[in-house]
Structure formats: structure tokens, C-alpha cells
Ligand binder design. Structure first.
Ligand code: 5AD
Ligand code: SF4
Length: 448
């Protein structure tokens, strides 16, 4: 979601005549897009700001803008920071070019965030966001041939640990016609893979008259667009709502990729209740069974939080058991980080010691690593189709013979990362790769 916001802001500033530099010292304007989901992400921003404070000593004309979730969460407190000139929340990014211009012009600090984000209807704001998305969302191509399309903003779930509902506001679904139009325009510019974005993307729904359009309908409509070959969507919430229609369209349409990101967060029913996630571990595994019965080769990724308040060894073992039974392709595992204003932070003490959180994190990663390794190995000797992203960022020294070509990275429809040698011109194209070696998170092979 944040990467997508960054891309939109970049396009908007580009259109207003700004040029870009990656060299902080050269910049007249520095923008930091921020995440509030864990404390660590916020700490990193403060350390960037500390660095910028020094740079600004010799560059009085430089302005620093903090945008995104931290801007919304901290508001004027962030503006008080010596290095910060502009604080702009996620709902104010449509005004970013004007805001930056104003601060450059009059040199005054500026705050642009939403007051009472949960309480009032923000119709004008929603319209501005919709216009911003449909205008700049068609240029959002950080990776050649691929694009993100947001189908909904905000969240109404209020998981007890999560800051998102307080910084991104109530759930708002975009009109299906606008989404489809945007995907069509992206296809016209050569985009082959579209990833639909939403905090709980599977519960997307849009009512117009008697009819309710759900995510399965959007996927079906998008499948009819020429040029679009792969459709993905993240992130899903493990609810019964609309689950089966989505699986049906996945099974029926070759374009809808057989991939689900379905965070469970924990395998303990007690902790699930404390997290305000309205399912049990049994319900969750039932969804996975249904998914695998309908889409046999479906790849599933998960998210977990370890060390939630009150998590006993027994609760943690329930998580380990769930991970073993779920057989995820990969998992993102996080240590619980208390977020101010969330109900977990208000009601529960962060009572799991840091070293216990760390141990559980390492243990769960090891359990998952073994499963990921086994699942990857099934690809040995097989040919896979990948959409090539570009040059591989980290060199894999033991990659089979290089033929003088650079290392490229691509992903399969089921989100496996594949590294191989090939011409850079393949970026944004489909390629076939025969897998010669595997590691838990990466497949290595040769272009065929
Ligand atoms: N502490 C740790 N992890 C968190 N997540 C969300 N909030 C927190 C928190 N307070 C994790 C969840 C979510 C992912 C995006 O981040 O696992 O799925
Ligand atoms: Fe946060 Fe829960 Fe909403 Fe996901 S579903 S964004 S974890 S409140």
C-alpha cells in the first residue's frame, strides 16, 4: 500500500514539474513516506530525520516532508521536529504538489492531516483520493509490466494490535467501473500483471442499486481485459465472506493467479479472541482445506505475530502446529509491537519479554523454513513461467553458468521468486525457466 502511495506521489510531482534525485544532499525537497504498523518502522524514520537535521544545517532552503501513516498518527507532534517542514497524511496526498509548493514559497511549516479520522464522513476527501488514484494510478510502474491497483482504502476490522484503522480511516471501496477502467488503461500501456490492493481485499464490495459487486466480480471483469495476463490480490482476511466465489473464479480463470496471502496471525484461539480476529484456528484451517479442494496447486502465504500479550508457551505451540498444518509457501513473522491508541495497547500489558519474542520468532521461522524448502524442492527439474522483474538485486554467486548475461529475477503466478541468467531486455516480459536448484525462498534455473 505504501509503495503504491509512493508511486502515485512520484507521478503527481513529476507531472507538476519536479525532477528526482536519489542524492539527499542535492534535493530541494525530501519526502519520506512512512509506515506506523510497528515501532521499528517509526524509529527508522526518526533516525532519517536526525540525519536530515544535520544536512539542513548547511542547506537552509531544503524542505523535508513526512507523508503517510506516521504523519496522520503523530500530526503536529511530528511537525515540531526540527527537521520537518510538512506533515501530510495518507488522505492528503492528492494535494502533495500544492502543499510542497506552498512550503517552498512561504517557508512556513504546514500540517495536512484528517481530523477525527474515524468519526466523520469525508466525502470531499474520498472524491479527491479517487481522482488522484485514477489519474496517477495508470503510470504506477515501479516494475516493468506490472502495476498495483487499489480497490479499497482503510479498514473496519479493528484487530486489537493494529494501527491501520486509526491512520487510514474507515473502509471505502472504489467503484468497480473506475477500477476496470484503470486496469484497461494499464493494459494499453503494456501492463501484464495487475495486483489489486486492499487491507482486507477479499471483503471488497460495492453496492449499486440492488446489485453488490464483490472481489470475484472485479476479478472476472478484469480477466476479460486483453493484455492483462496475471491478476493477483493482497491481502485477504480469513473470513467466510465471499471466500468461495473468489476460489471459483481462481479455479475458472487462467488469469487469476493461484495465490492467496491469508494472514492467520496466531494459531491459539485464546489469542485470536484477544486480537479481535473473529475466527478460530479450526475455521482458518477449514478455509485452507476449501481453497486446496477448489484450487489444488494454490500457494498460500501467511503473517504471524509472536509475543502478543498473554501468549503462553502453549499458545505459541498452537501457532507452530498451525504453521505445520497450513504448509505455507512463505510466512512473514513479526514480534508484537504495541501501537499507541490501539485497544491491545490500552487494555493489555506488553508482558512477553523481548528475548522470548525473539526466540519464538526464530523458532517459527525455522519451522516455516523447513516447509518452504520442501515446497520449493518440488520444482526441481520443472519448467516454470515467470514474469521478469529485472536485474536480481543480490548476486547469487553459485548460479549455474552465467554465459556473460546478468542475473535476472522474476516471479511465478504463485509468487515464487526465480533467479536465472538472461538479457536485461526481458524485464517486463514472460519467460520460461527450468529449475536446477532451490532454496527455501528462491528457485534457480536456466532460461529455456
Ligand atoms: N505488531 C506486530 N506486528 C503487527 N502487524 C500489524 N500490527 C502489528 C503490531 N502491532 C503485522 C500483522 C499484519 C502485518 C502487515 O503486520 O501480521 O498482517
Ligand atoms: Fe489491521 Fe486487522 Fe485491518 Fe488487517 S484486518 S489492516 S490487521 S485491523
Amino acid at each position: 500500500m505504501n509503495k503504491h502511495d509512493t508511486a502515485l506521489v512520484r507521478s503527481a510531482l513529476d507531472k507538476s514539474g519536479f525532477t528526482f534525485t536519489e542524492q539527499v544532499e542535492q534535493a530541494d525537497v525530501v519526502l519520506i513516506n512512512t509506515c506506523s504498523v510497528r515501532q521499528h518502522a517509526e524509529q527508522r524514520v526518526f533516525s532519517h530525520l536526525g540525519h536530515l537535521k544535520h544536512i539542513k544545517k548547511g542547506r537552509a532552503d531544503m524542505i523535508v516532508a513526512v507523508i503517510g501513516c506516521m504523519a496522520q498518527r503523530l500530526g503536529d507532534k511530528l511537525l515540531e521536529h526540527e527537521a520537518v517542514d510538512l506533515v501530510c497524511g495518507p488522505a492528503q496526498i492528492p494535494q502533495i504538489a500544492d502543499l510542497v509548493a506552498k512550503v517552498l514559497q512561504d517557508g512556513q511549516k504546514k500540517l495536512a492531516v484528517t481530523e477525527n479520522i474515524r468519526q466523520t464522513a469525508h466525502e470531499e476527501q474520498d472524491q479527491a483520493l479517487e481522482k488522484f488514484e485514477s489519474t496517477y494510478g495508470i503510470e504506477d510502474k515501479q516494475i516493468p509490466g506490472q502495476a498495483f491497483v487499489r480497490v479499497m482504502r482503510g479498514c473496519n476490522n479493528f484487530c486489537s494490535y493494529c494501527v491501520v484503522p486509526y491512520v487510514r480511516g474507515p473502509e471505502v471501496c472504489r467503484p468497480p467501473a473506475a477500477i476496470i477502467e484503470q486496469i484497461r488503461k494499464l493494459a494499453d500501456t503494456g501492463v501484464k500483471q495487475v495486483t489489486l490492493l486492499g487491507q482486507t481485499v477479499n471483503s471488497y464490495k460495492y453496492k449499486s442499486g440492488e446489485r453488490t459487486c464483490c472481489l470475484a466480480d472485479v476479478l472476472a471483469m478484469a480477466s476479460d481485459i486483453d493484455g492483462i495476463e496475471w491478476l493477483k490480490f493482497v491481502t485477504s482476511y480469513p473470513s467466510q465472506e465471499f471466500f468461495d466465489p473468489i476460489l471459483q473464479v481462481m479455479a475458472g480463470s487462467p488469469k487469476v493467479c493461484d495465490y492467496l496471502h491469508l494472514p492467520a496471525q496466531t494459531g491459539s484461539d485464546k489469542i485470536l479472541r484477544a486480537m479481535n480476529r473473529n475466527y478460530t484456528a479450526g475455521d482458518y484451517l477449514g478455509l485452507l482445506d476449501r481453497a486446496r479442494a477448489t484450487v489444488p496447486d494454490i500457494a498460500i502465504a501467511g503473517d504471524f505475530i509472536v509475543g502478543f500479550p498473554g501468549e503462553t508457551e502453549e499458545d505459541f505451540q498452537a501457532t507452530v502446529d498451525l504453521v505445520k498444518r497450513a504448509r505455507y509457501k512463505n510466512c512473514f513473522i513479526f514480534k508484537y509491537s504495541p501501537r499507541p491508541d490501539t485497544s491491545a495497547d490500552k487494555r493489555l500489558q506488553d508482558n512477553i519479554p523481548a528475548d522470548v519474542k525473539k526466540r519464538r520468532n526464530i523458532e517459527l521461522l525455522a519451522v516455516q523454513g523447513k516447509i518452504s524448502g520442501e515446497l520449493s524442492e518440488r520444482f526441481l527439474g520443472k519448467q516454470v513461467r515467470v514474469l521478469v522483474e529485472g536485474l536480481s538485486k543480490k548476486p547469487h554467486l553459485d548460479l549455474v553458468e552465467s554465459k556473460g548475461e546478468p542475473q535476472l529475477v522474476g516471479r511465478t503466478a504463485t509468487d515464487y521468486i526465480v533467479v536465472f541468467n538472461g538479457p536485461q531486455s526481458l524485464a517486463g516480459q514472460f519467460a520460461k525457466v527450468k529449475i536446477a536448484r532451490t532454496s527455501p525462498l528462491t528457485l534457480f534455473g536456466e532460461l529455456t
